[in-house]
Each structure stands twice: as structure tokens, then as C-alpha cells.
Write a protein that binds this ligand. Sequence first.
Ligand SMILES: Cc1cc2nc3c(=O)[nH]c(=O)nc-3n(C[C@H](O)[C@H](O)[C@H](O)COP(=O)(O)OP(=O)(O)OC[C@H]3O[C@@H](n4cnc5c(N)ncnc54)[C@H](O)[C@@H]3O)c2cc1C
Length: 443
Amino acid sequence: MGPKPDPFSGDQTLPTRASVVVIGGGIIGTSTALELAERGVDVVLCEKGIIAGEQSSRNWGWVRQMGRDPREIPLIQESMRAWRGMNERIGAEAGYRECGILYLCESDADMAAREQWLDEHARPHQLASRMIAAERTAELAPGSTIKWKGALYTENDGRAEPQKAAPAIAEAARRHGAKIFTNCAVRGIEKQAGRISGVVTEKGRIDCDAVVVAGGAWSRRFCTNAEVELQALNVTSSCLRTEPLETDLEASAAGNGFAYRKRLDGGYTVAHGGLSVADIVPDSFRLFFPFIPNLKAEWPHLKLRLGKRFIEEATMARRWALDSVSPFEQVRVLDPEPVSSIIEHSIRNLKKAYPAFEKMKVAQTWAGCIDVTPDAVPVISEVEAIPGFFISSGFSGHGFGIGPGAGKLTADLVTGAPPCVDPAPFRHSRMTDGSKASMMAEV
Ligand SMILES: Cc1cc2nc3c(=O)[nH]c(=O)nc-3n(C[C@H](O)[C@H](O)[C@H](O)COP(=O)(O)OP(=O)(O)OC[C@H]3O[C@@H](n4cnc5c(N)ncnc54)[C@H](O)[C@@H]3O)c2cc1C
């Protein structure tokens, strides 16, 4: 089982009408619902399982500008502003702390690669990211057996608590008038004269003018049933948390084959950092061509696996009638098995680099399914062919940090307000108009 998000009990009686229905209670759906409710929009959020049951409680909790694709930089800057004021805004603890993040460099080649991102992307946006030398690195990440050449460091990057943030944001959205339903899968959409007129949930129908699909690893399946192409594949990432541990390591850091982040409970969330599992499933073949141009860049970080996931996906419905049980009701919480070899690797690498972790006790291991688009940039967009149908999904492994910003942009698009950042890089039509997906060169 994954980590337990803070408890959240939502509303009971499904309304027959709302202006906007948000599908999915992760960081994206809850942030969107909060933004809409604060603006006085009549919004309902439906979550098939529990709030933050999937990626949004399972991630490392890094809130970073550093290493971002340039297309995401304005949005993460918007998001950083939101995180800084989050506790005050929601009247609760989302766990945000400005701890700084380090990408540790062992060689001159590592330094040069990080420097390139800095030159090309950080400086034009005036990010606080900078290269630091060996001595400063040793001060910020003390006690290493490795003589780091230096690091890429962003002092005003931070961390937040994945098990706390989305439930707390959902509570705040409710206080502003949003209605939130858990154990309530949305089976599909209804249209009138080509535009959204409602959704059908397992608990009944809701008339609405707009729908936001924020279903994470499920968004593609939802869209397929609505005859909308959303290109995304799921990869499984594994991590662990330790019992509270005394160390001097406050800033989050990633080195070769390990990453750590201090938690509010005094423990650490630890991961390999550079390795995930891509299960071969029927969609791997359907989406072969959109993904192939960027596979080379991702290859060193992916372990391909052919196993039971292929059968599970192959036998799961891609089309269903709205009066029948949907796949979303069959899997309330997607809970993949952590990959023990990757976990063991990360522990070994971390202990070798930082002996302070020798005495750590593993409290829990888990995995999460990450929805990745071919260019590793999300879709935050209305679908041109269906007015009122919005997608905010495909956050490709970095959606927690950017979540509050993405919620704001989504709400802007839904309400027709001037968008907080240029939404063009996130347009859905890039997946249907023959645009070639291009990924940022890796840093
Ligand atoms: C191990 C791991 C580490 C990560 N580390 C980081 C990190 O450090 N920093 C970072 O920024 N990002 C990180 N990420 C990525 C980040 O967690 C995700 O990008 C982000 O949480 C996505 O949020 P979401 O709301 O789109 O999806 P989710 O949190 O997955 O939420 C989607 C929700 O939609 C619900 N749903 C789906 N379909 C339906 C339906 N039809 N009806 C009702 N409900 C539905 C699901 O049950 C689910 O709860 C990591 C991810 C993983 C797995």
C-alpha cells in the first residue's frame, strides 16, 4: 500500500447541476477546484477513490524550478508564489518549506551539463539557480564520502508534504463552496449540440457547462471513451520513507543513483532518482510513433518490463456505455508494487555517498504510476472539438510542484480569465495537428 494521505471526508448528496465538474482529486484537481471556488464558480469535484490516493500522495515532495523544461518555467514560477502563501491561504499545513535543492555533480561533464541548462533556461528567466563549487556543496550536503565537484543549486526551491497538500487544499476548496465527492467515479461526458452538457457518475448525472479531466494515469482512458486523443503512457516509480533520522541534511539533493528529501515528520523520502519501470502494454504499441523520437533520451532511465500489467491493460475496457460499470470503479486506487531491486539500489547508493543513512530504518516502500506525454510537458487546454471539455493532465513526473500553478491556469482557461501564463506550450492540439513532440535535452 502507498502512503496514507490525511483523511478527508467530502460531501454526500450529489447535486444535479454545477457550472464545472472536475474529475480527479489529486494535486491538479484539488488546486483547480480551489481556484474556481475562490472565484465564486459553482464547482463539483469527483474522485473515484480517496483524495490524493494516487500520484499526489506518492511523490517525493520536491517543489523545484531547477532542471525544468523551459516551457514549464513561467508556470512553475507562478506555482512557487502559490506554495509560499499556501498555508495562509488554506488555513492548514501543506508542508511547504524553502529548503533549497541540489543536483550533485561528480565530474566536470556533470558540471558542464548542468551549466548548460543554467545558461539556456535559468538565466533568461532570472531563476535563482546557480552553480556552486565543491566547498559550498560540502556545506549544504555535508558528510559525503564523495568529493563532489560542485552542484547546481537553487536556494529558493522547496519541498511540501504529498500526504498533506491535496487533502488540505480540498478542505479549503470546500470551505469556499466547492462540493467534493470521494468514491465517485465519473464514467463519461454528455454533449448537446457538440458541447459539454453534463457528466455521468456512478452516483448519478450532473448537468454542467464545463468538465476538467485531471485524472492522472487514467486521463487517457477517460478521453479515449470520449473519443478524444490524449497521448500518455504510464511509468512506475518506486520510493521509500525512513523513520525519523538525525542528520545535517536539510536541502533536498540528487546524486548518481539516489535522491533524498527531508520530511516534516523528521524522516526522509528516498528514491533512486534515475530509474523507473515502463511496462509494455497495448498502448505502448498504439503510441509507438509519438513516443519514439524521444525514447533515446529516456532510455537510460527506463527498465522495460513485460508482465501481468500487459494482461490487466489488455482486458480493461477502452469503451463502455455510461450506464455500465467503468474501469474507474474497478480500480479505486492504483497501487503498483514497488520494484525492490530499484529500492535496494537507491539505499545502497545513498548509504555509500552519505554514511549518515547507515542507521536509517525503512518505514515504508511504495510505487506510483506516472502519466507521461511524448514531450514530457502536460496538456492544460480545452479540446477544440468539444467546447467545455478541458484537460489538465500528463504532468510527466513533475506535477506536484507545478500543481498549484497548473490549477490556476486551468481555472483561467475554464472561466475565460486572462491566462496567468502563455498556455500555448500546453495546448492539446499539439497531439492531433501533426506537431512533432520535442523533449528538452536532459540536464
Ligand atoms: C514516485 C513519484 C515521485 C514523484 N516525485 C515528484 C516530485 O518530487 N515533484 C513533483 O513535482 N512531482 C513528482 N511526481 C509527479 C507528481 O506526483 C504528479 O505529476 C502529480 O501528482 C499529478 O497529479 P494529478 O492530480 O494529475 O494526478 P493524481 O495525483 O494521480 O490524481 C488523479 C486522480 O484522478 C482520479 N481519477 C482518475 N480517473 C477518474 C474518474 N474517471 N473519476 C473520478 N476520479 C478519477 C484518480 O483516482 C486520482 O486520485 C512524482 C510521482 C511519483 C509517482
